[in-house]
Design a protein around this ligand. Structure first.
Ligand code: ZN
Ligand code: ZN
Length: 287
């Protein structure tokens, strides 16, 4: 699936008109990667996916040249929760999302690790790993699960790649796990992603904590909140704290260029996605 010659870029796209409508949205924009929700991201219930719908989506996706499909899990899921009922619900929901991702032929399922609301970080990390182990047992084969870094600082977990590496270290089926780098979250968590040296240091951390091959996708977002703020607020590409120069550094980083870049930028006006795509294309010039 990897093609280092092609710029792999896209957006989180709406599925309001069904899964196939997401492909139409992508084709209309001219993008080759998409991220979608497979169910309402703010509810627990999930309408079963009809076999025909999944088949149509996969056919249409292939015809449209969509190279990567990433599914983002529901926001209610909390794999780190210390509340047994919520954790159990989250494990079942994750297993269900893995099944749905498989049915839709997705390349990855992307998830947040959740929060244990001030519990010791080591306990939070262990809880997330236990939850993933349980979900993997319930769904024995699936697309790779990607853990997304958060913008939250300690005592919260998941803001650093050292936390994500520690989670992977405690999961039995490590081959089924990877990570997704959210650039806005990374800046919020204190990673200097706007300079070559900063990106190099970040990649070095990923290499030492889990191996670079675990890094599978980028959530390419600018940030309204400054470096080390611990705040998650996305901004249009080039218009936030990362800025145009910082965005260009990320777009040109050799270690990232074969990865799908998914923008989760604001969609307040219909032309927003087109504008962000144009800016990204312009800033990306390979040496
Ligand atoms: Zn996310
Ligand atoms: Zn975010």
């Amino acid at each position: 699936m990897k093609n280092s010659g092609t710029f792999l870029i896209g957006f989180h796209v709406p599925v309001a008109g069904g899964f196939s409508a997401a492909v139409d949205y992508a084709s209309d924009l001219g993008i080759n990667c998409i991220q979608i929700f497979s169910k309402n991201p703010r509810g627990w219930s999930a309408k079963p996916i009809a076999g025909q719908d999944a088949l149509d989506f996969k056919k249409k996706r292939a015809a449209a040249g969509i190279k990567y499909v990433i599914i983002h899990t529901c926001y209610l899921l909390n794999l780190a929760s210390q509340d047994p009922a919520l954790r159990k619900k989250s494990v079942f929901s994750l297993a269900e999302e893995l099944e749905r991702a498989k049915l839709l032929g997705a390349d990855y399922l992307n998830t947040h690790v959740g929060s244990c609301k001030g519990c010791p970080p080591e306990l939070g990390i262990k809880t997330v790993a236990d939850s993933i182990n349980e979900a993997f047992k319930l769904c024995v084969s699936s697309p790779m699960l990607l853990l997304e870094n958060t913008s939250r600082l300690r005592p919260s977990i998941g803001g650093s790649f050292s936390d994500l590496g520690a989670i992977i270290g405690l999961v039995a089926e490590k081959k089924r796990l990877g990570v997704c780098l959210d650039t806005a979250h990374a800046l919020g968590a204190g990673y200097e992603v706007r300079t070559g040296a900063g990106v190099k240091a970040l990649l070095k951390e990923i290499e030492s904590k889990m191996g670079l091959e675990k890094l599978r996708a980028v959530h390419f977002n600018d940030s309204k909140a400054p470096l080390g703020s611990g705040i998650d607020r996305h901004e249009h590409i080039g218009l936030g704290e990362i800025g145009k120069a910082g965005a260009a550094v990320l777009l040109k980083a050799r270690a990232l260029k074969s990865l799908p870049f998914i923008m989760e930028t604001p969609k307040s006006k219909p032309e927003d996605d087109r504008k962000n795509l144009a800016v990204a294309n312009k800033l990306r010039v390979f040496p």
